[in-house]
Design a binder for this molecule. Structure first.
Ligand code: FA5
Length: 348
């Protein structure tokens, strides 16, 4: 067969094979088999050198024409197949935006954190600062500075976890009173602070007692502060937390660091005052202790008790949460049962 015939045959075969190629891999194979180093068109062109010189330009231009034609067809076919491949992919990977989404489980603040923040906002609104104190405390601040010298019988009121002879896990947030008064500059104005935080006691756990719980301490010291200021403040707090119709009572009590002292009870949410297992048949749940700051406590911080007076309170955060939401066992707050916690989830 003459070289010219060979070229014409290759042209037809290549054209057929390109049309028949079903995918990009097959196109590549066709390309290699004609135009590759060992491809049939490449080989045929090597035969050019054996042609008589006068035939070379004619056959040469035919060969170029055929090579360009095959290259062009290959490129068209490749573009076509690439488009087809992309369309198939788009179809197979289609996203149905109307399908319902998978639910993302979001975390949320613990109910006690929510109430703490609510109370902080209330007191900040009345001009109080929020001050934190250490959970691991010196015996000195936890007791002595609260007018409870060593061997004072009232120390037994709060069974203590000791770390060393002089350090302990604080049994209440009251030591922050002394720490704050020590550094407050009274020439610049009155002291008004609250101090939230964890406290620890060797109490037996039951429906209303936990060995670790949270308190919020409150302290106001200025000239002419009286029991009436304390009462007014507690009333604002109670109304805000429990609403207008919940009953509140102030009961005379004793704390070594206040004189006079009171305890505040709220009517039981479960029995409404009839008596039940939650309120230990009394009809009331105690939420806080308070009173007029004892002159000794002021003096130990270098505050002149003839000029200044103050009131203080210490409230139990879990008790407030129990009363607000009708939770009948304090242990629910610490067991991390999702079914319990989810009830207080707020979307922010
Ligand atoms: C005190 O801790 C005093 N420091 C409060 C105080 C401050 C009085 C300032 C005067 C001036 P008491 O031990 O009563 O007091 O505890 C205060 C509140 O903490 C209680 O009214 C109660 O709401 C809560 N509480 C006490 N013990 C527990 C406990 N084991 N579990 C949960 N809450 C408790």
């Amino acid at each position: 067969m003459s070289l010219e015939d060979t070229l014409r045959t290759l042209r037809e075969e290549a054209s057929r094979e390109i049309t028949a190629a079903a995918n990009l891999e097959e196109i590549e194979k066709v390309r290699l088999s004609y135009l590759g180093k060992k491809g049939s068109l490449t080989k045929a062109l090597k035969g050019m050198k054996d042609l008589p010189p006068e035939e070379r330009p004619v056959i040469g231009s035919l060969a170029n024409e055929i090579r360009d034609e095959i290259t062009g067809k290959l490129e068209d076919a490749r573009a076509q197949l690439e488009l087809q491949k992309m369309n198939e992919q788009l179809e197979s990977e289609v996203i149905d935006v109307t399908l319902p989404g998978r639910k993302v489980r979001k975390g949320a603040s613990h109910v006690l954190t929510q109430i703490r923040e609510e109370l902080e906002d209330l007191f900040i609104g009345m001009g109080y600062q929020v001050i934190e104190g250490p959970e691991m405390e010196e015996d000195n601040y936890n007791f002595e500075r609260m007018n409870l010298p060593k061997n004072h019988p009232a120390r037994d009121m709060q069974d203590t976890f000791y770390i060393t002879e002089d350090t302990l896990l604080r049994t209440h947030t009251s030591p922050v009173q002394a720490r704050t008064m020590d550094v407050h500059d009274f020439s610049k104005g009155p002291l008004k602070m609250i101090s939230p935080g964890k406290v620890y006691r060797r109490d037996d756990d039951d429906a209303t007692h936990s060995h670790q719980f949270q308190q919020i301490e409150g302290l106001v010291v200025d000239k002419n502060i009286t029991m009436a200021d304390l009462k007014g403040t507690l009333q604002i707090f109670a109304k805000k937390m429990f609403g207008e119709d919940r009953e509140i009572r102030l009961r005379p009590s004793f704390f070594p660091f206040t004189e006079p002292s009171v305890e505040v009870d709220v009517s039981c949410f479960k029995c409404g005052g009839q008596g039940c297992n939650v309120c230990k048949q009394t009809g009331w749940i105690e939420i806080l202790g308070a009173g007029v700051v004892h002159p000794n406590v002021l003096e130990m911080s270098g505050v002149d008790s003839d000029v200044y007076s103050g009131f203080a309170f210490g409230l139990g955060l879990e008790r407030i949460a129990m009363l607000k939401y009708g939770v009948d066992d304090i242990r629910h707050f610490y067991q991390n049962d999702q079914r319990f916690l989810e009830q207080f989830k707020v979307r922010r």
